[in-house]
Design a protein around this ligand. Structure first.
Ligand code: IPM
Ligand code: MG
Length: 369
């Protein structure tokens, strides 16, 4: 039996509640597909500050490096806002990304038909939209030096090297080949030299992908186009800060930030986490939407463990639960049935259980030819 070792970083706020859903789904997948997942938890974020004085310890980083993959909840909350800037939970997240070399952040915005009404955009505008934001995650203004602030000014540095742009561009083109062969490179080359450079390198890398259509957009226009006509996009390739902003916009196309999963990938390591934050206002109340977390598990099964059938099973189960009209509060609309975090988790588990027999049979038959 294949066996995989995972580090779990539940974090703060609703993090532990949605992590519980992740584990239950993984346990079921393990049983159905005859794979063993074992888990080791570690403190990360505010809870680590409380215990260890820092949001991310070297031991935790080491533990992540020894794992086959890392699953993360969310970090931060108002009680740690008084920490010095360099010790905030968010800085721990940046340290995790840098330490594990997670340069490629994949944020898919998939529209479930049942949620067409939950978006603030018109159903006709978003129907069939399917966007993958590929965000560069370990460079750009988030990490550039010099940086700092004093009484008279604050400053940051935005720069990209050729190698940094090349590898994220390859990620985007590779993904586009498995999707709809279309990459939109988003930058601000009308103002920023770093973006002119970005544009040139992306065009160079594109030479190796003649089957993929490359177009480009200034970031302000891209923000507008995303809410005007999201169907025009397939893969959006962009730098760290622009990707942070555009992926929140694309999340709202799907109805809720609570729906958006993500994968952060590097050459050696992978971290899977929902895009949303810790939602302190509903933490501990069994109200959080676990679907972004469950979707992140599906991404992990597909990207890290090569189990696309298990991933599809989960996505389909999510779709069916939504079709049945069950909704956590964040995606509830009139005539839908509001459920708790654990109820939503169990509904997805039930749908997976119903499916897995047929799916496993199909996988076995395809192996046997
Ligand atoms: C995200 C978040 C983080 C980011 C914060 C919490 C540091 O907004 O993952 O999108 O800006 O990258
Ligand atoms: Mg963000």
């Amino acid at each position: 039996m294949k066996s995989y070792h995972l580090t779990l970083l539940p974090g703060d706020g609703i993090g532990p509640e949605i992590m519980d859903a992740a584990i239950k789904v993984l346990d079921l997948v393990g049983q159905q597909f005859n794979v063993q997942f074992d888990y080791e938890e570690a403190l990360f974020g505010g809870c680590s500050i409380d215990r260890n004085g820092v949001p991310l310890t070297d031991e935790t980083i080491e533990q992540c490096r020894k794992s086959d993959a890392v699953v993360m909840g969310a970090v931060g909350g108002p009680i740690w806002d008084t920490q010095p800037h360099e010790n905030k939970p968010e800085q721990g997240l940046l340290k995790l990304r840098a330490s594990l070399g997670l340069y490629a952040n994949l944020r898919p915005a998939t529209i479930y038909n049942a949620l067409l009404d939950a978006s603030s955009l018109k159903p006709t505008a978003i129907k069939n939209a399917d966007i993958m934001v590929v965000r560069e995650l370990t460079g750009g203004i988030y990490f550039g030096t010099p940086r700092g602030m004093d009484k008279g000014k604050g400053w940051n540095t935005l720069s990209y090297t050729k190698e940094e742009v090349e590898r994220i561009a390859r990620t985007a083109f590779d993904l586009a080949q498995k999707r709809n062969n279309h990459v939109t490179s988003v930058h601000k080359a009308n103002v920023l030299e770093s973006s002119q450079f970005w544009r040139e390198i992306v065009e160079e890398v594109h030479q190796d992908y003649s089957d993929v259509v490359l177009d480009e957009m200034y970031v302000d226009n891209a923000a507008m186009q995303l809410v005007r006509d999201p169907k025009q996009f397939d893969v959006i390739l962009t730098q760290n800060l622009f990707g942070d902003i555009l992926s929140d916009i694309s999340a709202m196309i799907t109805g809720s930030l609570g729906m958006l999963p993500s994968a952060s990938l590097g050459e050696e390591y992978a971290v899977y986490e929902p895009v949303h934050g810790t939602a302190p206002e509903i933490a501990g109340q069994n109200k959080a939407n676990p679907l972004a977390m469950i979707g992140s598990i599906a991404m992990m099964l597909d990207y890290t463990f090569g189990m696309p059938e298990a991933a599809t099973m989960i996505y389909d189960a999510i779709g069916e639960v939504l079709e049945m009209g069950s909704r956590t509060e964040d995606i509830a609309t009139p005539n839908t049935n509001v459920v708790s975090t654990t109820e939503m988790r169990d509904l997805v588990l039930e749908r997976c259980e119903g499916k897995s027999k047929t799916i496993i049979e199909m996988v076995r038959m395809s192996y046997e030819g």
